[in-house]
Design a protein around this ligand. Sequence first.
Ligand SMILES: C[S@@+](CC[C@H](N)C(=O)[O-])C[C@H]1O[C@@H](n2cnc3c(N)ncnc32)[C@H](O)[C@@H]1O
Length: 267
Amino acid sequence: MSSNPRIDTTVPHSARVWNFLLGGKDNYPVDRQAGEKVFTTFPGMVDMARHSRHMLIRVVRYLAGEAGIRQFLDIGTGLPTMDNTHEVAQRIAPDARIVYVDNDPLVLVHARALLTSSSEGATDYIEADVRDPDAILAHATRTLDLTRPVALMLMGILGLVDDYDLARSIVKQLMAALPEGSYLAIYDGTDTDPAYMEAIRAYNAGSGAVSYTPRSPADIARYFEGMEVVEPGVLPVTQWRPESTPWGEAPEVACVGGVARKGPSRA
Ligand SMILES: C[S@@+](CC[C@H](N)C(=O)[O-])C[C@H]1O[C@@H](n2cnc3c(N)ncnc32)[C@H](O)[C@@H]1O
């Protein structure tokens, strides 16, 4: 049991289930039960979680490196793990500034202790709901200069907003507050694998956790509408700028993502 009354250990929470799927220890029996139920129906879930997380790392490396981004707004941070956004970004650019946002109080407890910045850069943590972009943006200005480019990261979180129109309007509202030259990075589960869909259906019906809604690849691609999508496009996370490994090509997973730039096209 947690000694923090705001941490409910009787129902699974997506951050803790995700932590369990990634092999972490910051979860409770109820989260492990929910996670185990998912991968009993869909053994590919662990691979999918790891490949998604690896895509996040490659995305941050691209943004801090090639794209030259120095400010990150990472909403739906998750529990601290290996290679958190600020660690990847500050390895390339020590002066990078990162604001983390999550609505799980356990994430806040760990983030305060572990998501600490390099001396040249900054990290901040906001406990807020992605459905409240105004509050997030108001608070983010304590650390980020919103007149300069920011990378907005919504990795594995929009499926937790069950209304697609609302999810799209959240993306639009957040991007509208950022200047040209900013970036949007998203990945989310897709409705393309029947075994994954069945596992998610059972998770949503039985666990008491906030439901997850996998979407079609086309719906995920539509989040980037009006923006300049970075090569190689919006596609399965394992195919987004993959790095060669001794184990060959990673399998395709039911999770699609991409990165796009706000602003006029650069010829
Ligand atoms: C699947 S995890 C993804 C974590 C991380 N972005 C990654 O890619 O590994 C989803 C995260 O979103 C957070 N989350 C879920 N619903 C949220 C909401 N309405 N507002 C803010 N954060 C939320 C969860 O607590 C969890 O940490």
